[in-house]
Design a protein around this ligand. Structure first.
Ligand SMILES: *Cc1c(COP(=O)(O)O)cnc(C)c1O
Length: 495
C-alpha cells in the first residue's frame, strides 16, 4: 500500500478509512450477534493453533482481508463483554457513546503531556476533572489527572502521600534525594479486603509489601474502625510511621464499601493521607438512590475512579483526584521540550507535570461524551439497574436449595457456591466449584468468576451489564448445574 493510502488526509487515505471502518463495524456487529454464548470455549492450545502463520510476513495483504482474519481469529474467540451472560469480572460492556468517543480520540491522536500536542484536549480534560471534583463534593482547589486505571491511580496517590509525609516529617526531598533513613518504618493501612494494588504500590515505592498493614473487616467485609484504632495504637508502640490510610469504596470480591466517615476521622486524627479507592464504586456518586454509600469520600485527600468499570467506558480510562491540587508538586518537573518553566508562568497548561506517564491518551473524551449524552440521571439509571439485578440474583440464590449465597450484595458483585447436596463438606464443595468453573470456561455459555472465601473456592457474578435480566442469571445458574453434572464423575470431584 502507498503511504498516501495509509494515512488520513489524502483522497485515497480518507476513502480507505471510511471503507475499513465500516468493515470493522460490520465485523464487530457480527461478533455480538450470538447472545447465547459469551465465549467460544476455545482452549489456549486451540488458540495457539489459530495463530500459526507469520505475524510479520515478507509482504502484506489487503486491509480488508486482515480485518476479516482478525475478526474470525480474535473477535470470535474473545469474551463477549456485551453479552449479558458475561458476568465474571469488573470488565464492562462498553457503551456506544464511549466507543464513538474512542474512534474520535484515536483518530485525533492527541497526547496530553503538553498543550501544543493537545490544545482542546488539555482544556477538556481539565473541565472533566472539574466536573468530577463536583461529583465527589471535593473543595475548590481540588485537581486531578486521567490515568490508565485504578492501579496507576492508587500507585500515584501513595507516591504523593509518601513524598509529602517524608518532606513534612523528615524534611526529606524524596524526588531529589531518594528515601530517608526512616523508610523502613513507613506504613500504609488498608483493610484485608483492599485491592492488591496497595501492596504492589508499596513495592514499587521502595517500601516493600510488608509496609502495608491490613486491618480486619467486619462481617460485611468493611474495614472495622475499632480494629483500625487497635492497629494504630500498635504501630505507635512500635515507633512505626503510618502515613496513608486506604479506604475502599467497592471491594473487588464483595463490593463492600468501607465506613468512609470513620476512616476520614482517623486519618485526620493521626495525620494520615486518606486515599479512597473508588475504582469500582465511584459511579455510585451519580445515583440518588445509592450515592449515600460514598458519604465521607468528600473528605479524602485523593480518590481513584475507574471509568472502564461501572461507568461503562472502553478500556482504559481512570482518574486520580486530589483534594489539594498543589500536591501534584511532589512529582512535578519541567522538561525544556514539553513544559518549560516560562510556560508555567504564562499559564499554559502542560499536564505532563501531573502524571506518571509522558505520552498519554485523551481518555477524558470518553466520560465527556458519555456524560453529555446521558446526563447524570442516565448514568445513574444504568448503575441502579445493575444493583437491583444483583439484589434479585441474591434472592434467587438464597431460595435455591442447591446454591449457597455468601453475602447480601452492596454493589453488583454476588458471591456464592454450588452446593447441590446438603451435608457436603467444604473440601468437597471446594473441589466441585473449582471443577465447575473450569468446565464453564470450556462450555462458554456463561462467564462466571471464581474466588476463594475462607479457603473454599466460590463463584462470583459481577453483574455489570445493564441489559442483563434475571432470566440471564437463571440461565447462568442452570449452566453451573449442568457443568456440575459433567464434572461429577471426575476422580477429584467424586472423591
Ligand atoms: C479494578 C480495581 C483496581 C485496579 O484498577 P485497574 O483499572 O485494573 O488498574 C484497584 N482497586 C479496585 C477496588 C478495583 O476494583
Amino acid at each position: 500500500m502507498s503511504a498516501e493510502e495509509l494515512f488520513l488526509g489524502s483522497e485515497q487515505g480518507n476513502q480507505l478509512y471510511r471503507e475499513a471502518m465500516n468493515h470493522a463495524v460490520d465485523a464487530v456487529l457480527g461478533s455480538v450477534a450470538d447472545r447465547e454464548s459469551p465465549y467460544s470455549g476455545a482452549s489456549p492450545d486451540a488458540l495457539a493453533a489459530e495463530f500459526d502463520d507469520a505475524v510479520v510476513p515478507e509482504h502484506g495483504q489487503s486491509l480488508h482481508a486482515t480485518v476479516d482474519e482478525a475478526a474470525s481469529r480474535v473477535l470470535d474467540h474473545s469474551v463477549h463483554t456485551s453479552n449479558p451472560r458475561c458476568a465474571a469480572h469488573l470488565q464492562c460492556p462498553p457503551m456506544i457513546p464511549g466507543l464513538v468517543a474512542e474512534t474520535l480520540l484515536t483518530a485525533a491522536n492527541q497526547s496530553l503531556d503538553s498543550f501544543d500536542q493537545a490544545p482542546a484536549a488539555t482544556v477538556l480534560e481539565e473541565r472533566v476533572v472539574d466536573a468530577l471534583r463536583d461529583l465527589f463534593d471535593l473543595p475548590n482547589g481540588a485537581d486531578g489527572v486521567f490515568t490508565s486505571g485504578g492501579t496507576q491511580s492508587n500507585f500515584q496517590a501513595l507516591l504523593l502521600a509518601r513524598d509529602r509525609y517524608c518532606s513534612r516529617r523528615f524534611d526529606r526531598d524524596v524526588q531529589a534525594e531518594g528515601l530517608p533513613a526512616e523508610a523502613e518504618s513507613l506504613r500504609i493501612l488498608c483493610s484485608e479486603a483492599a485491592h492488591f494494588t496497595a501492596k504492589q504500590a508499596a513495592h514499587y515505592l521502595g517500601l516493600g509489601e510488608e509496609a502495608v498493614v491490613t486491618v480486619p473487616t467486619d462481617d460485611e467485609r468493611r474495614l472495622d474502625p475499632d480494629a483500625l484504632d487497635a492497629t494504630l495504637a500498635d504501630l505507635d508502640r512500635q515507633g512505626a510511621h503510618p502515613f496513608a490510610l486506604v479506604g475502599t469504596a467497592g471491594t473487588t470480591d464483595f463490593g463492600s464499601v468501607d465506613p468512609l466517615p470513620a476512616l476520614a476521622e482517623r486519618a485526620n486524627e493521626h495525620d494520615l493521607w486518606f486515599h479512597v479507592d473508588a475504582a469500582y464504586g465511584g459511579a455510585l456518586a451519580t445515583s440518588e438512590r445509592h450515592g449515600h454509600l460514598l458519604e465521607g469520600i468528600e473528605r479524602a485527600d485523593s480518590v481513584a475512579v475507574d471509568f472502564h468499570k461501572l461507568f461503562y467506558q472502553p478500556i482504559s480510562c481512570g482518574t486520580l483526584l486530589l483534594r489539594d491540587g498543589d500536591d501534584f508538586e511532589w512529582i512535578a518537573r519541567n522538561a525544556a521540550y514539553l513544559n518549560p518553566e516560562d510556560h508555567d508562568d504564562a499559564g499554559v497548561p502542560n499536564l505532563v507535570a501531573k502524571s506518571v506517564q509522558t505520552t498519554r491518551r485523551f481518555d477524558a473524551l470518553k466520560p465527556y461524551v458519555a456524560f453529555r449524552t446521558l446526563g447524570r440521571t442516565g448514568m445513574a439509571s444504568l448503575v441502579d439497574r445493575t444493583l437491583d439485578l444483583a439484589d434479585d440474583a441474591a434472592a434467587l440464590l438464597a431460595d435455591a436449595d442447591d446454591f449457597e449465597l455468601l453475602h447480601e450484595p452492596t454493589l453488583n458483585a454476588v458471591v456464592f457456591r454450588y452446593r447441590p447436596r446438603a451435608g457436603m463438606t467444604d473440601a468437597a464443595v471446594d473441589k466441585l466449584n473449582a471443577a465447575v468453573r473450569r468446565e464453564l470456561l470450556q462450555d462458554g455459555r456463561a462467564i462466571v468468576a471464581r474466588t476463594e472465601v475462607e479457603g473454599v473456592t466460590s463463584l462470583k457474578f459481577t453483574l455489570l451489564n445493564p441489559t442483563a435480566t434475571l432470566d440471564d442469571v437463571a440461565a447462568m445458574l442452570d449452566a453451573v448445574r449442568e457443568c456440575g453434572t459433567v464434572v461429577a464423575d471426575e476422580p477429584e470431584v467424586a472423591a
